[in-house]
Ligand binder design. Structure first.
Ligand code: ACO
Length: 309
């Protein structure tokens, strides 16, 4: 079996909501500027005891519960992130312990910026094929509020905290992927373990609107479907204008695009999973639907998959 089926998803966001007006009390910005340039209204930031591992754990527990599987049959855990609690150990190892998963599994963190969840799907599929695994657990989790320079208005308004998880199994369904890297240090980076996010916003915007439509074109062609046959487009939630521009370029209606950036901001490696989970929870995505997931981010990285639910 070379396909990958998503059996169930789960998500977790911190309790504290931070509105655009709240951000305007911290830096020189406004609700109007943020909404107009990005489509964001609210993001969540951790507070009190909340942390990266806790969010990842909550999302994973929900996905496992919804899937109905026996957690003892999980053979691989991949956590996609750039903002874990520790430089080492990995969040994936902490999840193995907290969830009481078997000890003879493989568990590690994967860093591919905002492309994390898509890189994670491709990685866990390959791992599961190599290890003849029954179930895999993929988690995208970020606490970017701890990586933001709260005096830099060009980045601190954009990011939010959250986690999304999926329980997956190898299957005979359609799974087509296109993954890429064009090594770059400057576009988006966090230069030291305790450093802040630096981003060339305009450069990232141009990279996204130029690259994503090409990646989508490639993965759709490779899948054998047409744009019209794809039921849902779940893109990285970095900027509503980027999503709208891509929809226009590939001539697909906006109602086929899952958009939740207004509620969470850019949650990096969690974003595609969060959007997917919401669409599933809302009953918008059904078994058998063809879904295209696509993300881009630091690295420079990009990835897209077409899969049947
Ligand atoms: N509030 C008010 N004004 C602001 C703010 C703010 N929060 N931030 C910047 N500005 C100002 C700038 O200083 C500039 O002022 P100036 O003209 O006087 O110099 C003006 O607004 C315009 O700035 P731009 O950077 O040109 O604004 P732009 O329209 O490009 O929007 C944005 C910025 C939203 C960051 C956009 O470039 C973008 O979305 N880029 C893509 C980001 C992205 O996709 N990231 C995903 C990957 S992240 C990852 O992988 C971790």
């Amino acid at each position: 079996m070379t396909g990958l089926r998503i059996l169930a998803t789960g998500k977790a966001v911190p309790v504290k909501k931070v509105t655009n007006d709240d951000m305007a009390r911290i830096v020189d910005t406004s609700d109007e500027w943020i909404k107009q340039r990005t489509g964001m209204s609210v993001r969540h930031h951790v507070s009190g005891e909340e942390n990266h591992t806790g969010l990842a754990e909550q999302a994973a527990r929900k996905a496992i519960e919804k899937s109905g599987i026996d957690k003892a049959e999980i053979d691989a855990v991949v956590v996609c992130t750039v903002s874990s609690d520790y430089y080492s150990p990995s969040t994936a190892c902490l999840i193995q312990g907290r969830l009481g998963l078997r000890k003879d599994i493989i568990a590690f963190d994967l860093g591919a910026g905002c492309s994390g969840f898509v890189f994670g799907l491709e990685t866990i599929r390959a791992l599961m094929m190599a290890r003849n695994a029954k179930y895999g657990l993929i988690i995208g989790a970020e606490v970017l509020s701890k990586k933001m320079d709260m005096t830099d208005r060009s980045t601190c308004v954009l990011f939010g905290d959250g986690a999304a998880a999926a329980v997956v199994e190898l299957a005979d369904n359609q799974f087509t992927s296109v993954i890429g890297v064009d090594g770059d240090e400057e576009m988006i980076n966090i230069k030291t373990p305790n450093g802040y996010i630096h981003m060339d916003g305009q450069g990232t915007y141009k990279f996204a609107v130029a690259t994503v439509p090409k990646v989508i074109e490639e993965v759709v062609a490779k899948s054998g479907f047409s744009y019209d046959e794809i039921d849902h487009y779940v893109l990285h939630q970095a900027n509503l204008r980027i999503i709208e521009s891509i929809a226009k370029k590939i001539k697909q209606p906006m109602d086929k695009f899952v958009v939740n950036i207004e509620k969470y901001g850019n949650t990096s490696a969690a974003s595609v999973g969060l959007a997917l989970d919401e669409a599933l929870e809302e009953g918008r995505i059904h078994p058998g639907d063809k879904v295209l997931l696509c993300a881009f981010g630091a690295g420079r990285t990009w990835g897209a998959v077409v899969l049947e639910m």
